[in-house]
Design a protein around this ligand. Structure first.
Ligand code: F6P
Length: 345
């Protein structure tokens, strides 16, 4: 078969491991040929391609980023965009397309499937919020980086008797904040799923200071809502083609408010894209490899319109439409981990 591959949306550690596995198994076990589209859906629209050979994917497994590069291009917002993509894919004489991306990328895959393109999806996002899968590759690496940062903040915060607010990624779901916050022993963890009660945050910090712990670590997801307005903190008013604003600033805002309300010297740090860069963890390399192998198998079984997912320890597949129907957010059982670790006030 002749198969197209692309990576779309924000990059994520493990993208290259998916490409590596799918291309390797496809060529060696099925005799496939691969066409890589550069820069996500933009590369399909503009027919920017590169042959994906065994030589090309050799040694990429452990590399961060994506050799195909990526973009946030919403084909559905471009007049005639879907038709243009269908034309380009046909002109490349493809039998199938593997799209590696999060909900935005997969919403385009789904539209193309409706238009007759034989496509399958692979779930990617450090936010870990794609519906229907227990884990997206990239999440483990982001959490590892964020946890290490939180560990490091303890010693400097303690030395200066300060509060430090650490902002991590997580647009609609607080999985990174929750996991890195709990694993890193943060005193307060704030996620988009629960409104921030500033009085409660300050009361926890005061309680700790009064009981001898004279510093505080607060981990907050970038998508957590501002306590006063209930809106998300954004940088400017610009939105991308999927309608997303650039989230940033909740950490800084909280630091100012905490200092005002408690009198404790407070700093903020925003981990930003550090969480998406660099080499994937062994867990992410393994998961991404299993996804890549499963995706090429799906193609050869003719199971189009499906997304490979992890359920428990098994790789399965679900309808792509189900995955993009809603986000997988932090539920009450996970929120209880946060409240279970808070002091009794
Ligand atoms: O890919 C998800 C994500 O990392 C979000 O957590 C974050 O809000 C967004 O991407 C940042 O996107 P960009 O790289 O376009 O600034």
């Amino acid at each position: 078969m002749r198969i197209g591959v692309l990576t779309g949306g924000g990059d994520c550690p493990g993208l290259n491991a998916v490409i590596h596995a799918a291309v390797k198994k496809g060529i060696i076990h099925y005799g496939d040929q691969f066409v890589g589209f550069l820069e996500g859906w933009r590369g399909v629209l503009e027919n920017k391609t590169v042959p994906l050979t065994l030589e090309k994917v050799d040694g990429i497994l452990e590399k961060g980023g994506t050799i195909l590069r990526t973009s946030r291009t919403n084909v559905r917002k471009i007049e005639g965009g879907i038709e243009k993509c269908v034309q380009v894919l046909r002109a490349n004489k493809l039998d199938a397309l593997i799209a590696i991306g999060g909900d935005d990328t997969q919403s385009v895959t789904n539209a193309l499937i409706q238009a007759g393109v034989p496509g399958v999806g692979v779930p990617k996002t450090i936010d870990n919020d794609l519906n229907g899968t227990d884990v997206c590759f990239g999440f483990d690496t982001a959490v590892m980086i964020a946890t290490e940062a939180v560990d490091r903040l303890h010693t400097t915060a303690e030395s200066h008797e300060r509060v430090i607010v650490c902002e991590v990624m997580g647009r609609d779901a607080g999985w990174i904040a929750l996991t890195a916050g709990v694993a890193g022993g943060a005193h307060v963890v704030l996620v988009p799923e629960k409104p921030i009660d500033l009085e409660h945050v300050c009361a926890i910090l005061k309680h700790n200071y009064d009981h001898g712990k004279k510093y505080g670590i607060v981990v907050v997801a970038e998508g957590a809502k501002l306590p006063d307005s209930g809106a998300q903190a954004t940088k400017g008013n610009k939105v991308d083609s999927f309608g997303h604003a650039q989230l940033s600033g909740i950490g800084e805002h909280l630091a100012e408010e905490i200092e005002k309300k408690t009198g404790y010297e407070t700093r903020s740090v925003n981990l930003g894209h550090t969480q998406r860069g660099g080499t994937p963890t062994a867990y992410d390399r393994m998961l991404a490899t299993r996804y890549g192998l499963a995706a090429i198998d799906l193609v050869h079984q003719g199971k189009f319109g499906r997304l490979v997912v992890l359920r428990g320890t098994k790789i399965e597949d679900i309808p792509l439409a189900e995955a993009i129907a809603k986000n997988r957010t932090v539920d009450d059982s996970f929120l209880e981990i946060i409240s279970g670790l808070e002091p009794k006030l």
